[in-house]
Design a protein around this ligand. Structure first.
Ligand code: PHE
Length: 332
């Protein structure tokens, strides 16, 4: 009997489907596939020699059926086995998510407020020259803030900036007036590290230069800014002071954002919290960048960000901002 006639299609189908369906692993399935569909399998050899149309169709139909069975079994084997102890209705294991550092959050919030008031955010340099940090800001060589006791000198001409005020000069140098910029970032001073002092901290500098700018504009802008930062109605109080780059100069306080002025331990029962320094941009500073002080006036202020976050969060120690303890940072 020839090879084609010898094939019992029904018996072969039964055996092959049993072997394929019963394969318990990819290897076993592969064995069954080779045995029943491989190049030297009974079926393939018969298919190669078949001449009769009917018989050929029957063998081809079987081949197709077996190929489908192999594919189906393969998919089944790949599917993860059901685990009787797995309860899909239980809540999943929470994946811990990081959070932004509280100072980064404060910084972004402050930047948003300035952008909302139409100011441009300007990045200064953390390492800047003595010229930008002091000289262009009308600060004479003998001024105590230039003392190496207070300032980190990189070399004779460069310092780690002691304030964000050099950004005033760099911003004004870019183009002529009017100028409305805010500049935020790290500043450095030779302070001994303790619970309430860190040699690195953050300031935000505001500068507005336009026609007819007065101290009243400074006060109004500060009040607007403080209300946006702290909510409620903030009062601003100015006290006369001195900075080489402003004339007149003031220090300004804010009605306490914790007790609303009633008196608490943070404002030491005074109802006011010191915020920073400010004033009308000194004519010498305007002249230094080529602005005509007869035509243009400006105000500027600088304040520390760290202390605000420190007070708002009721923190016991400023060093927490720098230790990167996830138990602290995870609370924000
Ligand atoms: N740069 C001053 C400081 O760090 C603050 C200040 C900024 C004062 C702008 C006046 C105008 O103390």
């Amino acid at each position: 009997m020839d090879r084609v006639a010898a094939v019992d299609v029904d018996a072969l189908e039964r055996d092959a489907l049993a072997a394929i369906g019963g394969a318990g692993s990819a290897d076993e399935l592969d064995e069954a596939r080779v045995r029943y569909l491989g190049r030297k399998s009974e079926l393939k050899l018969a298919l190669r020699e078949v001449r009769e149309r009917e018989r050929g169709m029957a063998l081809n139909a079987l081949r197709e059926k077996l190929e489908q069975a192999v594919a189906a079994r393969e998919a089944e084997l790949r599917r993860p086995r059901e685990d009787p102890t797995f309860d899909p209705t239980l809540p999943g294991t929470p994946i811990p998510r990081g959070s932004l550092h509280p100072l980064t959050q404060a910084r972004r919030r402050i930047e948003d407020i300035f952008v909302g008031m139409g100011y441009e955010i300007f990045d200064g340099r953390e390492v800047d020259s003595v010229y930008y940090n002091f000289e262009a800001l009308n600060t004479p060589e003998a001024h105590p803030s230039r003392d190496p006791q207070d300032t980190f000198y990189v070399n004779a001409r460069a310092v780690l900036r002691t304030h964000t005020s050099p950004s005033q000069i760099r911003a004004m140098e870019r183009h002529g007036p009017p100028v409305y910029v805010a500049s935020l970032g790290r500043v450095y001073r030779r302070d001994t590290l303790d619970a309430t002092h860190t040699p690195i901290f953050h300031q935000v500098e505001a500068l507005a230069v336009d026609r007819d700018i007065t101290l009243a504009d400074l006060k109004g802008t500060m009040q607007e800014f403080a209300t946006a930062v702290f909510g409620g109605q903030r009062e601003v109080r100015m006290r006369t002071s001195y900075f080489p780059f402003t004339e007149p100069s003031v220090e300004f306080d804010l009605s306490c954002y914790l007790c609303d002025g009633a008196g608490c331990s943070v404002c030491k029962q005074s109802g006011w919290i010191e915020m920073g320094g400010a004033g009308q941009v000194d004519p010498n500073v305007l002249e230094e960048v080529g602005y005509d002080p007869a035509a243009w006036q400006g105000f500027a202020w600088g304040l520390g960000i760290d202390r605000i976050a420190f007070n708002l969060h009721g923190m016991p120690d400023l060093r927490l901002f720098w230790e990167n303890d996830i138990r602290f940072l995870g609370q924000f």
